[in-house]
Design a protein around this ligand. Structure first.
Ligand code: UD1
Ligand code: UDP
Length: 382
């Protein structure tokens, strides 16, 4: 029997981190020919992940522009992928999550009547503008896909509520698979400032912030709250690897430059990031991925957003929604920095998002769907 041609398509940092272990898993399967296409919606932040995981994509659309718009990303991906599909016709295209690359990848495959599998399927806030444009991207991919690899049982129920009843698998999130290869005990950071931090005596607050729906006033309030939190807590060190988006760079530097216990640094490669997270005291972020990784390491998270599509860790008590308003962010951070009991209540490791075997389940699910094995994978149970 011919091998199944499975093409993974991704373009941004988080997709690459979460697809890398899956590409490795697919490469190891005898029945599968694994092909990889990157859109390079992100350039530097993508290449850093490709280097760490030693991935060499067969196709690279190289689409990134400074200050790109949603329309330019989507149209460049569609046109580029059409050419790729004329060169090679996969049996299945895999896309990940909710970026513009994800949506355009699924749509381009659908236009060629190629089956689509959606990894990290079924996350919802039910608010079309938050996160923007991610909520609508993932909903539309849900309509286009034939296979849906849901991290959690709740994600599966979200899809069922939308009338999607076939091709559903509960697998865990592949980011937990990735975490198992990156965190080590005696890690030395390439970013030297991270080697000099006093993790034992200082409360290291790891910050990231980049979401489009936070551009403007919400991001102004978030940055002002971070600045005043740092000023009010000399026993804390705020470490913020700033996303390369010019909007974020400008806002972060305007509010946070020159504060003694704030370190604005370049984006970290994923090994550095995971090892910093493993050593920090607290995470403040609007990132999706960090909300999944930090609970697995027992680190409390304050989410700098109005809502989250990842309620599992909120229910488990390690993540709290801090919102985007100055007063709330400052007071929630104060509480975790001043009140050991409040901190201890949140600082316990939970794994609602995976057990490190998501990639294996996804590969098994693909083989089952195409009639290459008799049994579907056992679902992930948290
Ligand atoms: C994108 C995704 C978002 C995801 C985020 C992860 C969309 C619409 N948004 O948002 O869902 O959470 O990635 O980080 O798909 N830039 C560089 N070098 C890089 C990467 C970005 O210079 O390696 C700059 C460029 O000027 C680029 C800008 O950042 O135009 C914004 O990148 P873009 O992918 O459009 O948006 P993100 O905010 O990164
Ligand atoms: N990350 C990283 N370096 C950084 C910031 C984030 O490697 O400087 C990793 C992080 O650990 C997580 C992923 O990138 O795995 C999250 O990406 P991001 O926050 O950009 O996107 P989101 O998850 O919000 O879509």
């Amino acid at each position: 029997m011919d091998k199944l041609k499975v093409m993974t398509i991704f373009g941004t940092r988080p997709e690459a981190i979460k697809m890398a272990p899956l590409v490795k898993e697919l490469e190891g399967r005898e029945d599968i020919e694994s092909l990889c296409c990157v859109t390079a919606q992100h350039r530097q932040m993508l290449d850093s992940v490709l280097d760490i995981f030693k991935l060499k994509p067969q196709f690279d659309l190289d689409i990134m522009e400074a200050g790109q718009t949603l329309s330019t990303i989507t149209s460049k991906c569609l046109l580029g992928l059409e050419k790729v599909f004329h060169e090679v016709r996969p049996d299945l295209v895999l896309v990940h999550g909710d970026t513009s690359t994800t949506f355009a990848g699924a749509l381009a495959a659908f236009y060629q009547q190629i089956a689509v599998g959606h990894v990290e399927a079924g996350l919802r806030t039910w608010d079309r503008y938050s996160p923007f444009p991610e909520e609508m991207n993932r909903s539309m991919v849900g309509r286009l896909a034939e296979l849906h690899f849901c991290p959690t049982a709740a994600n599966r129920r979200n899809l069922e509520a939308e009338g999607i009843s076939k091709g559903l698998f509960v697998t865990g999130n592949t980011v937990i698979d990735a975490l198992q290869t990156t965190v080590t005990e005696n890690f030395t950071f390439a970013e030297d400032v991270l080697n000099t931090l006093d993790y034992g005596n200082k409360k290291v607050i790891l910050v990231t912030c980049h979401r489009r729906e936070n551009y403007g006033q919400p991001m102004e309030d978030i940055m002002a709250a971070l600045a005043d939190t740092a000023r009010a807590h000399p026993d804390a060190e705020l470490v913020y690897p700033v996303h390369l988006s010019p909007v974020v760079q400008e806002c972060a530097h305007r509010h946070l430059d020159g504060i003694e216990n704030v370190r604005l640094i370049a984006p970290l490669d994923v090994e550095e990031m995971h090892n910093l997270m493993a050593r920090c005291y607290l995470v403040m972020t609007d990132s999706g991925g960090l909300q999944e990784e930090a609970p697995a390491m027992g680190k409390p998270v304050l989410v700098l957003r109005k809502e989250t599509e990842r309620p599992e860790a909120v229910r488990a008590g390690t993540v709290k929604l801090a919102g985007v308003e100055y007063n709330t962010i400052v007071s929630m951070a104060d509480q975790l920095l001043n009140d050991p009991a409040a901190y201890a209540k949140m600082a316990h490791a939970v794994n609602p998002y995976g057990d490190g075997r998501a990639c294996r389940r996804i590969a098994d699910g693909i083989l089952y769907h195409f009639g290459r094995c008799a049994q579907p994978p056992e679902p992930f149970r948290s």
